[in-house]
Design a protein around this ligand. Sequence first.
Ligand code: HEC
Ligand code: HEC
Length: 212
Amino acid sequence: MRLRASLKPALASVVMLLLPLVAAAQKPPAAGNAYAQRYAALCAACHGANGRNDMALTPVLAGQHSFYAITQLFLFREGRRGNEAMSAIAKTLNDTDLRGFSDYIATLPAVPAPPPAEPADATRMAKGQALAQEHKCFACHGADLSGGQQVPRLAQQREDYLQLVLQEFKSGKRPGYTMAMGEAVGRIPVEDLDTLAYFIARFAPTVAAPRK
Ligand code: HEC
Ligand code: HEC
């Protein structure tokens, strides 16, 4: 009797603790979940409330894939992807947090980038597209550059951030989770990387669908 009496509240509290976890595992996080609030408090200042921001060299997260995001948060936490601000934040996150933030990021809808101040330079766009085809960017990142799973979405990303990370993959400063990017940019001359960033930042699949 005494045992059952003491177990009951203990069991009840275990069930209470597990229920939200089980529920969280079954459905994707809704806008009202705890990570929406934590994102607003901890991440939005740099990444923007909806995952699109005006801060230089800070990636757009809207439309990014959960698998890719969790991998990068892990690399920041382990100090294998170098960025002081992000590493400092990632070090405060446990595994459940990495999952929670990544799943929340994946719910932020990809929105079209604001229209560029000037019309795109057609010659530069054509050069960028030719480079992207030659170096198989579409093969991994998708014909619409929306990525998938561990391959990041590139469409709608900021140009300054794309420029930076392509240079960092080339120089080896950003090692990557896989060898994929080091190999992809290894043979591309440094000066062509900015052309690729220019092209990707202005890429719209309907006007620039890759040729066969
Ligand atoms: C102080 C500004 C700042 C804050 C706050 C911040 N970030 Fe970042 N974040 C950055 C910068 C800058 C980068 C790009 C780092 C680089 O160049 O490698 C980044 C990169 C990322 C990436 C990788 C994106 C990609 O495309 O590779 C993810 C995911 C991310 N942040 C998630 C978060 C989450 C989740 C939070 C809140 C818990 C957060 N960030 C808070 C500045 C910030
Ligand atoms: C073999 C597959 C593959 C090819 C080809 C490839 N990529 Fe990637 N790319 C990846 C993967 C996987 C990642 C994630 C990086 C990691 O490993 O951490 C990535 C990451 C990136 C990122 C970083 C995005 C971010 O949000 O930080 C950029 C930019 C990028 N690729 C651009 C390109 C361009 C431009 C090309 C063509 C020159 C290209 N990729 C070719 C697989 C590929």
